[in-house]
Design a binder for this molecule. Structure first.
Ligand code: PXP
Length: 239
């Protein structure tokens, strides 16, 4: 059974639009849990555009399922992670201009910086996942760092502009998933997944975790968080 991680950042995006106290991402996390989420994911960005420091503190305290803290390889974020010790840290690249995380970490080019971050987190007993593009060189570089997991970026598949392109990206993703399961690393995936494109990804053998945000938060505006999560959970469970 694949774990469903619900990324609640965009609940905070709505709150920050008015710099008020609602909607509260911590309450959203509790509702997501009731809908069957196996994990809550939140990304504390350097620019604090959505999730705030106090959200992270409260999520760590209140989340009953796994708590996955997403952050960049920066000292400020690593210090927060090492102090709070979430169940998992997913290291991602971060660029102030981007609308969302655009690409995966370039483990080949930034190996030393990423290795130091991974070591620091692992010294605090934290399970580390690296968000990377589905490319053989990135997977091999991640495996050499001894990380516990990689989350393969599904954006190229999700954003494909034609059926052909989507099939090609899916095949590429499947090959990379196979590559990951031949290493000691656990296999996670996410980004850009929706109710209509998630099933072929959820059917990939060896995949243990999916992290989904925008599509579920968008649907929750109409049907409520619990139902939105339950519907996604059902889709990824029917294989
Ligand atoms: N995984 C990672 C590492 C991410 O950065 C994000 C977006 O914050 C997601 C998954 C979820 O992506 P989406 O919001 O497109 O479902």
């Amino acid at each position: 059974m694949i774990r469903l991680g619900i990324n609640i950042d965009h609940v905070a995006t709505v709150r920050q639009a008015r710099k008020t106290i609602e909607p509260d991402p911590v309450s959203a996390a509790a509702m997501a849990e009731r809908g069957g989420a196996d994990q809550i994911t939140a990304h504390l960005r350097a620019d604090r555009r959505h999730i705030q420091d106090h959200d992270i503190e409260l999520l760590k305290e209140k989340v009953r399922v796994k708590f996955n803290f997403e952050c960049a390889c920066e000292d400020e974020m690593l210090a927060i992670a090492c102090r709070l010790k979430p169940d998992q840290v997913c290291l991602v690249p971060e660029n102030r201009q981007e609308i969302t995380t655009e690409g995966g970490l370039d483990v080949v080019t930034h190996r030393n910086k990423i290795a130091k971050s991974v070591y620091r987190l692992q010294q605090h007993g934290i399970f580390v996942s690296l968000f990377i593009d589905p490319e053989a060189a990135q997977i091999s570089a991640a495996a050499k760092l001894g990380v516990e997991a990689v989350e393969l970026h599904t954006g190229a598949y999700a954003n494909a502009q034609s059926l052909d392109q989507s099939q090609q990206e899916l095949e590429k993703l499947k090959l990379c998933c196979q590559h990951v399961i031949e290493t000691p690393m656990r296999l996670h995936a996410g980004h850009g997944l929706t109710y209509s494109n998630v099933q072929p990804v959820a059917a990939i053998e060896g995949l243990e975790e999916l992290n989904i945000g925008h599509s579920v938060i968008a649907r929750s505006v109409f049907v409520g968080m619990e139902t939105a999560v339950r519907e996604m959970k059902q889709l990824i469970s029917i294989q």
